[in-house]
Design a protein around this ligand. Structure first.
Ligand code: SF4
Length: 101
């Protein structure tokens, strides 16, 4: 039979492990790496709605300086993205944004 202090320590360890796991997942998601990896696993691009695509920048973050963006014929022309399906505007943004460099 476990002593009350042993049960307390086991619960505390469980909470710490879960907290570390949640923090790690959150950190990966924040880098924009989580969803593209899921996309690659599925072998298809995600819809704009799924990736919360918006036609305007998110602060200084925009498709033109995202590693997933393939530019169009000119700097102002729409291009494509290896994560999100369809035509992608250079000044748009989505949750999979990952800065170049
Ligand atoms: S911000 Fe989103 S839609 Fe734009 S290039 Fe990056 S991954 Fe694609």
């Amino acid at each position: 039979m476990k002593k009350p202090i042993d049960q307390f320590n086991a619960s505390r360890r469980t909470l710490i492990k879960r907290g570390v796991t949640a923090a790690a997942v959150g950190a990966v998601a924040a880098t924009g790496l989580l969803k593209p990896s899921l996309v690659r696993a599925q072998g298809t691009k995600s819809s704009k709605a799924t990736m919360m695509y918006q036609s305007t920048p998110h602060g200084k973050d925009e498709c033109a300086n995202c590693i997933h963006f393939a530019a169009g014929k000119t700097a102002a022309a729409d291009g494509t993205c290896n994560v999100v399906e369809g035509s992608i505007a250079p000044h748009a943004w989505c949750v999979a944004y990952a800065p170049k460099g």
